[in-house]
Design a protein around this ligand. Structure first.
Ligand code: MLT
Length: 255
């Protein structure tokens, strides 16, 4: 992986392919390797940029409190460093929250936006409380708490579960806690949806038990021009459960 320093944080990223830029932002609590099966299917069409968000993978841990918007700023700094002014970007779940925050902060830098298994609203009060409770448990017992709770909900596919469990156990406590707090405090992105002037692609599995497909349908209702790729039988990890179909959906971001 390569590195850049953005906002005093080292952001590690991979890059492959040729074409128009496409940033793929991973979900919680994973890293860029969650795109490993999809990225090679996109390299004929895109310059694919795969960052590790701060606190994950090979990017730096940040001990202070930070926001989803700070993570979006890291992506902007990465793009500045690469000399890319405008790009398509797609985020998986928490990566979608970052992509939405990016679109809010830098609407003129977005050529198209993809949301994979993600959603627009902020956490309800009880969800927010749950995040802080989980953060306290991770602080006390380590990231295995999250690996145990999340792995079975990510996918019914044993191969995907094995990958995800190992990936989660490889993350740091402070990265997991930082992201939990950032997600708990994130803004509701619903109000910005109708102002989007770029194409929006929604990719969602109908068997997603972490973020139900209804959340994507709500976005489709708010943005009627959005293209909706519904993956029958996919859980929360379509990029691993249905890589070909997910790549096809992401290719819509180049039109
Ligand atoms: C993710 O996969 O990134 C998380 O499930 C998102 C969340 O917890 O809201």
């Amino acid at each position: 992986m390569k590195n850049i320093i953005a906002n005093d944080v080292t952001i590690a990223y991979d890059r492959l392919g040729k074409g128009s830029p496409l940033v793929l932002i991973h979900g919680f609590p994973l890293d860029h390797t969650s795109w490993n099966e999809v990225a090679p299917l996109l390299e004929d069409k895109f310059d694919v940029i795969l960052p590790d968000l701060r606190g994950f993978g090979q990017s730096t841990n940040v001990e202070s409190i930070y926001s989803i918007s700070d993570m979006a700023h890291d992506i902007a700094s990465l793009l500045d460093n690469l000399g890319i002014e405008k790009t398509a970007l797609a985020g998986h779940s928490m990566g979608g929250y970052v992509a939405l925050a990016f679109a809010k902060k830098y609407p003129n830098r977005v050529s198209a936006l993809g949301l994979v298994s993600s959603q627009a609203p902020a956490d309800a009060p009880e969800g927010k409380e749950r995040r802080y409770k989980t953060a306290a448990e991770v602080f006390e017992k380590g990231v295995a708490v999250v690996a145990d709770a999340m792995t079975p909900k990510l996918s019914a596919d044993a191969r995907v579960q094995t990958f995800a469990r190992k990936a989660i156990l490889g993350q740091s406590k402070s990265g997991v806690i930082g992201a939990l707090k950032a997600m708990a405090e994130r803004e509701d992105s619903t109000p910005i949806l109708s102002a989007f002037s770029f194409p929006l692609v929604l990719i969602h599995g109908d068997a997603d038990s972490l973020i139900p497909i209804e959340r994507a349908k709500e976005i489709k209702t708010a943005v009627q021009s959005a293209q909706f790729v519904e993956l029958k039988g996919a859980g929360h990890m379509p990029m691993m459960e249905f890589p070909k179909e997910t790549a096809q959906g992401l290719k819509l971001l180049s039109n």
